[in-house]
Ligand binder design. Sequence first.
Ligand code: PXG
Length: 435
Amino acid sequence: MDLNLDALWMPFTANRDFKRSPRLLSKAQGMHYWTPEGRQVLDATSGLWCVNAGHARPRIVEAIARQAAEMDYAPPFQMGHPLAFELADRLLHIAPAGLDRVFFTNSGSESVDTALKIALAFQRVRGEPQRTRLIGRERGYHGVNIGGTALGGIGGNRKLFGSALSGVDHLRHTHDLARNAFSRGQPAHGAEFADDLERLIALHDASTIAAVIVEPMAGSTGALMPPQGYLQRLRQLCDQHGILLIFDEVITGFGRLGAPFAAQHYGVIPDLMTTAKGLTNGCVPMGAVFVKRELHDAFMQGPPTAIELPHGYTYSGHPLACAAALATLDTHAEEGLLTRATELHPAMEAAMHSLAGLPHVIDVRNTGLVGAVEFAPREGAPGRRAFEVFLACWEAGVLVRATGDTIAISPPLIVSEAQLQHIADTLRTAITQVA
Ligand code: PXG
C-alpha cells in the first residue's frame, strides 16, 4: 500500500517506531479485522474496549446510513430532536437505580470533564461553594481533557502538562500483588485501601472536597479489579462526608463485566457515572453522563427561562450517534449481550489462568470479559516484555493490548469459547517465544 505516513501525528503512539513498521487495519466484521493486505486478525480488544457487540453489526450500520440521509445534524442548544430524548429515555431501562438523568457528550474524556463540572456546580447550587477539591486515584485513567488529565493517576500522562488543574489529590491505588496475585474475580484483600480517603479528609478537610472519581475496575493501567468490599467502603465514606462519588464506567459500561454497568455488578451506586465507548458500539463518537435525579433537580430552580447548566457540546446528542446508540441497544437486547460476560466468565477465567506458570508471568487476573497477564519488567526496559508479546500476537493474527508490563484482553461480547481458547493459546506461544 503506497501511503505517506508523515503528516499524521498519531495519538498515544510511538510515531517514529510505528512509521518504520506500520500496523494497519482496513476492514472489520464480527470478531475480526483485516489488514490492507487481507490478513485476518482476531479482535481480542473490542477495538479499544468499545466494539462490545462486534464489528459491522447490520442493525447499527443501517441505522447510521438511514439517519445520515434523514437528518445529518440538529443544533442541541435551545433546540432538540426526537432521537436524543428517545435515547436518554431508553438508557434508563439499563441504568443503575436512581441515575435517571442523562447528559450527552462525544467521548469518554468529555464525559469525565462534564461530570467533574456538574459535581463542582452542584456543590455551589446546594450552598457548599467551598467544596472545590477533586480526588482521583493513582493508576486511574480518566481520558485526556484537562480535568481527566489532572485526576488521572498515570505519571507519564501528567508530567508534560504541569499542574493542569489545581486542588486535586489522589487516593492510593489498589494493586497489591504481594497479597492478591493470581486472584480470580475480585481480590480478597484490600477493602481498607478505601480508608485512604480518610487520610485525605484529615489533610484537606471534608468541607473542601467536592467529589471522588474512580474507575470501578481500572482498565487502562492493566485491568485492576476492586478488592472485595472496597467500593462499598468508598461509598460509605463519601456519604458520611457529603462527598460525591463518580464512577468512570467508560470501559466497564455496556456489559463488559456481565451486567450493564459495573455499578450493578458490584452493587454500589455512584452519584454520577461517565460512559462512552460501548454506547454506540464504537461506531460514532458519543459519551453519556448519568446523573442522580436529586443532583439534576437541584439545578432546576430560579427563573425557568434561565439556562440551568452553562455546558454542552456542538455535537451533544448528535443524530448519527443517537441512531447508532439506539441500534446498539436493540442489538444488545436481541442477543442478551449485556449479561453474556457472566455466562462466559468461567471459560474466560479458565483460559486466562492457564497462562499462570509461564516464564516471567507474575499475575493473571480476570473478571467478566476482561483478562490480564502481568510480567516482571525486563531489567532496564520496563514495558518491553508486554509490547513484544503484543507484537508476537499481532504477527500470529490476534490483536491484544499492551499497557505497561501487562497484556489486557477484552474481546467483543459475541466471542465464542473456542475463540477465548484460541486467544489464550496464541498468548501462550507468544509469551514463551518472547520470554
Ligand atoms: N475514562 C476511562 C475509564 C477510559 O478508559 C476514557 C475515560 C477516555 O475516553 P476517550 O473516549 O476520550 O478516549 C477512557 C479511555 C487502553 C485504552 O488501552 C483505554 C482508553 C483509551 C485508550 C486506550 O486501555 N480508555
